[in-house]
Design a protein around this ligand. Structure first.
Ligand code: PMP
Length: 394
């Protein structure tokens, strides 16, 4: 393809996105991603991050990262399977396994990479994957890479899952059921006890992506622990980028699963290992979460305060069961306008509209964290009340 053809293709695509209002403008933060951030020279209260526990800017983590950079340098130097595995990686993996109540764990360079690594490593073209229709993009990509038959089931619809499980197990070799632990746009929790029952009845492999549950539910250990199902889920995936505050991801499960992923998962074999500073900071984060529940308690207190405040004003916060706090406005244009008005009032909360969520269910998504003060949450509530009346939402 000549560069002229490529440019024509790109210009057309970009033009279409802009016309449909789907072109995402990225505003860089001027400084750290804390509970308050500076954007375009203005300090605003940040309700847009996944930094649930405030650990992204925690001094204890920073100190460990600095010390590790001094000792080991800034890069791991190779892929894990050649000579990029440091003692630090193994120490972290041991801690993650203990944290998740599993035999073993393996780390990857991102949560996204976990899903594109682990799913194709265990599933192939003779297999089928039953996937909740609202699963994350990285699950969808992991499933596609595996070349297994992808069978979506209606969101958290256990009858649909059972029906499809029954059929798939008759037609395919291995069958996996895969779900987010916490769904990121609505904050609802997967029905894991029922999923596990269906899985045991039909002999399905179980895989939970707990990106938004780890550090948040189950006293920090995640959604699987929340339902006390640690020995009944085969594969638990988690990120190190949200509650843990850094970057990377992991899969936890049996010793044999982890041994298999170390020889069969491509991002482990062909992409450079997590850097030492990040690994050392992550070890510190896991130690903090294992030793004390204070940050989780603070997160939940803040989330309840914000959710109850919004509900008292008459806002619709949907079916959230976690700190993820959608404020459902409905109309796409009004949702975007709401988010822009919040920004003018010093509150940074992103609007989420079609195609990320179904048409007519546009929402402003608020992500309260343990690091927000009561004053910050009160300021956000005040702005919501003002704009809600102004735009006839409440
Ligand atoms: N799974 C889910 C459910 C997620 O929400 C995300 C992050 N958006 C990921 C995986 C990817 O995680 P990471 O950002 O660590 O790559």
């Amino acid at each position: 393809m000549s560069s002229k053809t490529l440019d024509a293709f790109l210009q057309e695509g970009l033009g279409e996105l802009k016309e449909q209002g789907l072109f995402n403008v990225i505003d860089p933060l001027e400084g750290a991603n804390g509970p308050q951030v500076t954007l375009n020279g203005k300090e605003v209260i940040n309700l847009s991050s996944n930094n649930y526990l405030g650990l992204a800017t925690d001094d204890r983590l920073k100190a460990q990262a600095v010390q590790a950079v001094e000792s080991y340098g800034v890069g791991a130097g190779a892929v894990r399977s050649i000579n990029g595995t440091l003692q630090l990686h193994l120490e972290l993996e041991e801690k993650l396994a203990a944290f998740k109540h599993t035999e073993a764990a393996i780390t990857y360079q991102s949560g996204f990479n976990c899903n594109v690594a682990a799913i194709p490593a265990v599933m192939n073209k003779n297999d089928a994957i039953l996937s909740d229709e609202l699963n994350h993009a990285s699950i969808i990509d992991g499933c596609r890479l595996s070349r297994a038959k992808i069978i979506p089931y209606k969101h958290s619809d256990m009858e649909d899952l059972r029906e499809k499980a029954k059929q798939a197990t008759q037609e395919y070799h291995k069958v996996m059921v895969i779900t987010d632990g916490v769904f990121s746009m609505d904050g609802d929790v997967a029905k894991l006890p029922e999923i596990v029952e269906i899985a045991e009845e039909f002999d399905l492999i179980t895989y939970v992506d707990d990106a938004h549950g780890s550090g948040v539910l189950g006293e920090g250990a995640g959604t699987v622990k929340h339902f006390n199902l640690s020995d009944r889920i085969d594969m638990q995936m988690g990120t190190l980028s949200k509650a843990i505050g850094i970057v990377g991801g992991y899969v936890a499960g049996s010793q044999s699963l982890i041994e298999w992923l170390k020889v069969r998962s491509r991002p482990f074999l062909f992409s450079t290992a997590l850097p030492p500073g990040d690994v050392a900071a992550t070890i510190e984060a896991v130690d903090i979460l294992s030793a004390s529940k204070d940050l989780q308690t603070q997160l939940w207190e803040n989330a309840r305060y914000l959710q109850e405040g919004l509900q008292a004003f008459g806002f619709d916060t949907g079916k959230t069961e976690t700190p993820i706090t959608p404020c459902i406005i409905g109309d796409e244009k009004k949702t975007q306008q709401f988010s822009e008005r919040l920004m003018e009032e010093g509150i940074y909360a992103k609007s989420i509209v079609f195609p990320t969520v179904p048409r007519g269910t546009g929402r402003v998504r608020n992500m309260p964290t343990a690091a927000h003060t009561r004053e910050m949450l009160d300021a956000a509530l005040l702005a919501y009340k003002k704009i809600g009346s102004e735009l006839n939402v409440i």
